[in-house]
Structures are given as C-alpha cells and as structure tokens.
Design a protein around this ligand. Structure first.
Ligand SMILES: NC(=O)c1ccc[n+]([C@@H]2O[C@H](COP(=O)([O-])OP(=O)(O)OC[C@H]3O[C@@H](n4cnc5c(N)ncnc54)[C@H](O)[C@@H]3O)[C@@H](O)[C@H]2O)c1
Length: 300
C-alpha cells in the first residue's frame, strides 16, 4: 500500500473526505492547498501553496516526498470564474502537479476530471450516442471547465504513455455530496440535497448524477494501489449506483432533455444515466451510500 500521500485541494468539498478516507485506511496524508484554507481533518500536515506556480509545486512536492499524489485542486465549478481564467488555471494546475509527481518519482497519481467532459447541457443541443453513459462515450465539452478537464485527461494519458514508473488514473466524480450536506448544509450549487430532490430542474442539468464524497474517496484509495490490476491512464466514473431523483429517469430525462427521450426509455427502474460498471469490474468498487440511506440516517 502506498503510505505517504499528498492530496492537492485537500481542504475542498471532495478533498476533505478523500483525506479522511485515506487516513482511516492507515495512510499518512499531507494536504496541499491555497494559503488561508483550513487544514482537513485526518491530515498529518497541511502545506500552503499556489500550485499554478510550477516551481513552487515541484519544491513543495519534493519537500513532502510522497509515494503517491491525488490531484483535486481546481476551479471546480463551471462559469464560476471567467472562461479565460478557468481554462489556463485548471490546465496549469494539472500539468504542474503531474509533472512534479513524475519528477520526484511517485508510484501513483490519481487526478480528478469531471463527467461534464461529455458535453451535456450544451445550449446548442446535446444528444448522447447511448445511455447509460460509460467511459467510452465521446467527449464533447462546451465550456472552459469541461475543456480544462478533457485537457487534463489527455495530459494524464500523455504522462502515462511516457512514464512506466508512475501509474496514473483519472476519476470523474458525479455531483459531490459531502457528509454534512446530507444533514442540510448547502451543496456545491448553493441549494440543499432536499431542494435538489424536490426541484428536479436542479439535478437535470447534470443528468441527476451524484456521489457521496466518501465513496469517491474509497475509489481514489483503490486506484492508488491499482498498478498491475488496471492499466495506467484509465478513466473511471465515480458516481452513485442510482440517480439523485425521486422519479425514474425514463420519466424525468425526456421532460428536461426531450432530445434524449429515446435513449432514456431504455433505462431500468432506479438506473442512473452514468454506468459505474468499469470501476466495479476492474476494481470491485461499489458506492456504499445513496441518497435514501443517507437521508434516512439523518432522520432516524
Ligand atoms: N464537486 C463536484 O461536484 C465535482 C464534480 C466533478 C469533478 N469535481 C472535481 O473534483 C475536484 C475537487 O472538487 P471540489 O468540489 O472539492 O472543489 P473545491 O472547490 O471544494 O476544492 C478545490 C480545492 O482546490 C484548491 N485550489 C484551487 N486553486 C488552487 C491553487 N492554485 N493551488 C492550490 N490549491 C488550489 C481550493 O482552495 C479548494 O480547496 C476538482 O478538480 C473538481 O473539478 C468536482
């Protein structure tokens, strides 16, 4: 097992759970995040750094000396900054971290991408080739955030192809729900999980995908030790096994995305729009939590 792990963006919504899960599995975790961010629970240390600076990124990682890196740091919300800032920032972050991880001799690197690379929500129209979506579905990004994530995936492929000593993986988490958000804290969109269930228009944008942050953390942990089991450079959806919706997607998707009605009609009861079959097949990963179990745990 890789023991000393550096997590970039460890203070973030997903990072806090990734740090906790890795620490609970017996790893030593060092978080790297912007100055002024809170140290995540479970981290042995928290190092302030701006990872858009290549030299600083290399220096910080060389000082920590991890055997593995989880790269989560990013501008994580589409359109939350100008497109001209978002694209170069996320691309620089991914490049600096992957490059430094290889140069210091890390055994494994896991990098966060996003299902948005597929291009859903494009106001000019988007039709999937098929549902449920899997990792082989073509990417058709339509904004800087999705493009930055597709560039990140290509970058990981490049590093995987030219560095046999470092094993790379990509995770595409669904809409991340942190543990406190089941108890009513606002989610990334500013509304609660209950709002999202009561108002399906909110979740329709992302085809009702979601994942509990701890479940995504478990997949990250498995990928850190996946050398031998999984080829380097592979991409995995990290989504819940069901949609974040009270109604079946065969009914909801046609209402919000008339163009994909034909594909949606084939989705079975409780089946999500994103398949997690690849992570299950290659790693035995299954999310342990879904919105029904988590919300009922809050009320009982
Ligand atoms: N939250 C989601 O629903 C979701 C879905 C799909 C993919 N992702 C991806 O997962 C990753 C984590 O997302 P999140 O929701 O935890 O985001 P977040 O915004 O909560 O956390 C991102 C962290 O990165 C840090 N960061 C940003 N710029 C940095 C820099 N220059 N140097 C160092 N640290 C920097 C931030 O301070 C923050 O703590 C991101 O790559 C995001 O794109 C998130």
């Amino acid at each position: 097992m890789t023991t000393l792990v550096a997590v970039t963006g460890g203070a973030g919504r997903l990072g806090r759970s990734v740090v906790r899960v890795l620490a609970d599995a017996g790893r030593e975790v060092v978080s790297i995040d912007l100055p002024g961010t809170a140290a995540p629970d479970g981290a042995r240390a928290s190092v302030p750094a701006d990872l858009t600076d290549a030299e600083q990124t290399h220096r910080v990682l060389a000082d920590i000396g991890p055997s593995a890196v989880v790269h989560l740091a990013a501008i994580a919300v589409p359109f939350s900054r100008p497109e001209t800032e978002l694209l170069p920032t996320n691309v620089a972050l991914a490049h600096n971290v992957c490059d430094a991880a290889v140069r210091i001799g890390c055994r494994s690197v896991v990098v966060a991408s996003s299902p948005t690379v597929l291009g859903y929500g494009n106001p000019a129209g988007w039709r999937p080739d098929y549902l449920p979506l899997d990792e082989n579905h073509p990417a058709r990004p339509w904004h800087a955030y999705a493009l930055s994530k597709l560039a990140t995936e290509l970058m990981v492929r490049m590093y995987a192809d030219r560095n046999e000593a470092t094993h790379f993986s990509v995770v595409r988490p669904g809409y991340v729900i942190a543990p406190e958000e089941w108890r009513g804290s606002p989610t990334q969109g500013g509304h609660t999980v209950a709002d999202r269930l009561a108002g399906p228009a909110l979740g329709a944008k992302s085809l009702f995908n979601y994942v509990d942050a701890r479940d995504a953390g478990e997949l990250v942990g498995m990928l850190l030790d996946a050398q031998g089991a999984v080829p380097s450079g592979e991409v995995f959806f990290a989504c819940a096994a069901d949609p974040l919706a009270a109604e079946p997607l065969a009914e909801l998707l046609p209402e919000f995305h008339p163009g994909i009605a034909a594909h949606a009609s084939g989705l079975g009861h409780g089946e999500p729009a994103f398949s997690i079959g690849k992570a299950e097949r290659l790693l035995g990963w299954r999310p342990l939590r879904d919105w029904r179990t988590e919300l009922s745990a809050v009320t009982t």
